[in-house]
Design a protein around this ligand. Sequence first.
Ligand code: SF4
Length: 172
Amino acid sequence: MQVTATIIAYFHTCLRKMYLHHHGIRMEHTSDVVYEGKLIGESTYEDRAAKNTQLELDGIKIDYYDAKTKTVHETKKSDKMEHAHEAQVLYYLYVLQRNGIEGASGIIEYPTLRQRKHIDFDPERDVPIIEGWLQEIEQILEQEQCPPVINKSICKSCSYYDYCYVAEEIEN
Ligand code: SF4
């Protein structure tokens, strides 16, 4: 199974969201938060497009990769889901390494917060961790039952909120 970076990020956010997304239930297009995040990414790198290339490998798409410095650039709106952002970039670095690009690193930028975070990839430390994620992801995605709602504060800003809660309330 080809695992996308979105699946990795959702694995670290909500298993239900990961499952729904994988099984073709997509709600991201309905979300202002997702749209704003995209806009911030595009405007931040407007003037950097010449230095960066877009890379597509094994089901992942890296929008901004600086081949000269072997750096993946990822822009995010807020650092609320920082661990999911880090996992996503780490997964990019893992896929790059698997395709012969050794020694790449990542930078996550939060332009609205004026912050940036460097992500280093240590194959000895990170490959077993990521391969553990992949095994777990495969098991969850193959289950017949969708994981339950998580009832966390992140649900309020999730593009699947109506799907998870409003439909349920109507049914009850
Ligand atoms: S609304 Fe909550 S339970 Fe539903 S997919 Fe989003 S984060 Fe998961």
